[in-house]
Every structure is written in structure tokens, then in C-alpha cells.
Design a protein around this ligand. Structure first.
Ligand code: HEC
Length: 169
């Protein structure tokens, strides 16, 4: 019995030591992003959302030939439901991506020119709408099931709480 306990100890002790070293290595590993890197990333995203806001509320000539802007029908990105895409849309009788739906609204209600789906302009429109819907649960479903709108906390419609970035000019 005694011998068995001794040999067990001989095996277990190095294993415990190894586990301690492994844990220490994990703890000291570099975080994927530093605070500064995260702040810079957040600033870039918020800038894109701000640009999206300006496009959303201003009827840019190429996006609209009748003076209508997104905000006339979707104030604060209401009823755009980004968290429900991709989904089936009866307008085209197929499953559509969010940015395709944005183009549909540019070309139909706004009678404007189709936007390059990969342009930074499109990304800005997406940034604004998705930004306001952060924290809204992802949902599948038909477009008839409208999901709750976001609750922005400032006049320009962007929730800047905790971002450290102001939007007021
Ligand atoms: C004149 C009113 C009007 C304007 C302006 C307008 N939309 Fe729409 N939007 C609609 C209508 C109507 C629908 C279709 C609703 C439906 O099919 O249930 C829609 C649907 C959408 C949807 C899909 C929502 C969903 O859950 O299915 C998105 C996204 C969207 N619009 C984005 C935009 C963007 C971005 C702009 C500006 C570039 C814009 N819209 C401009 C009226 C408008």
C-alpha cells in the first residue's frame, strides 16, 4: 500500500506542477486587443454609423430623385429590422440580404440609383441601422412580424452612452 501511494505521488506531483505552469501561461497570454485598440475600433465604427446617419436623414441626390430620405419612413432606423435578415421578401420572392433591401428602398420608394452593395456608403447605412439595434435579439421571421424599435438616447438617434464619442456638431 505504502509503495503504491508513493508512486502515485511521483506521478501526480509533476502533473499538478504542469497544470500550474499551463494556467500561468494562459493568464499571462496577451489579450486579443488592448484597450487602445478597442477604442480605436469603436471610434471607426461610430464614425461609419455617423456617416450612415447623415445619409439616412439627408436625401442625397444619387440616392433619391424625389426628395425622400430613409428617415421619412424609417426614423431612428425604425422598421428596418436588421436582426431579422437574411429573410424571405415577397417583393422579390426570394431570400434577401439586408443590403439588398436597402437597395430596393433606394430604387423604389426613393426612385434613386442602385448603390454598390460593397461600397463604404452601403456599409455606413448598415452601421447606423445595426448600431441602433445592438442588443436587440436576433430573430428569424416574416417582415410582417415587425420587431421592437431601438430606443436612442440622444436627438441624433445614436446611442452614444458609454462610447465616449459625441455626435453633436
Ligand atoms: C417612402 C417610404 C420609404 C423610404 C423613403 C424608405 N423605405 Fe425602406 N421600406 C419602406 C417600405 C414600404 C418597406 C417594405 C415593408 C414591407 O415590405 O413590409 C421598407 C422596407 C425596408 C427594409 C426591410 C425591413 C424589413 O423588416 O423587412 C429595410 C432594411 C429598409 N426599408 C431600409 C431603408 C433604407 C436604408 C432607406 C433609405 C435608403 C429606406 N428604407 C427608405 C418604405 C420606405
Amino acid at each position: 500500500m505504502k509503495i503504491q501511494t508513493k508512486s502515485l505521488r511521483r506521478f501526480v506531483a509533476p502533473l499538478v506542477a504542469l497544470a500550474v505552469v499551463a494556467t500561468a501561461t494562459l493568464v499571462t497570454a496577451r489579450e486579443p486587443f488592448t484597450k487602445e485598440e478597442l477604442k480605436a475600433a469603436e471610434e471607426k465604427l461610430t464614425l461609419s454609423a455617423k456617416r450612415g446617419y447623415d445619409m439616412w436623414y439627408g436625401a442625397r441626390a444619387d440616392m433619391s430623385s424625389n426628395g425622400l430620405a430613409c428617415a421619412n419612413c424609417h426614423p431612428d432606423a425604425a422598421a428596418t429590422n436588421p436582426q431579422t435578415f437574411p429573410k424571405y421578401m415577397p417583393q422579390t420572392d426570394r431570400v434577401m440580404a439586408y443590403r439588398e433591401m436597402v437597395n430596393w428602398c433606394i430604387q423604389n420608394p426613393q426612385a434613386g440609383k442602385e448603390m454598390d452593395a460593397n461600397s463604404s456608403d452601403m456599409v455606413a447605412l448598415e452601421s447606423y441601422s445595426y448600431y441602433l439595434h445592438r442588443g436587440v435579439a436576433i430573430q428569424t421571421g416574416l417582415q410582417t412580424r415587425q420587431t421592437a424599435g431601438p430606443t436612442p438616447t440622444n436627438a441624433r438617434g445614436i446611442n452614444v452612452k458609454g462610447t465616449g464619442i459625441g455626435f453633436d456638431k
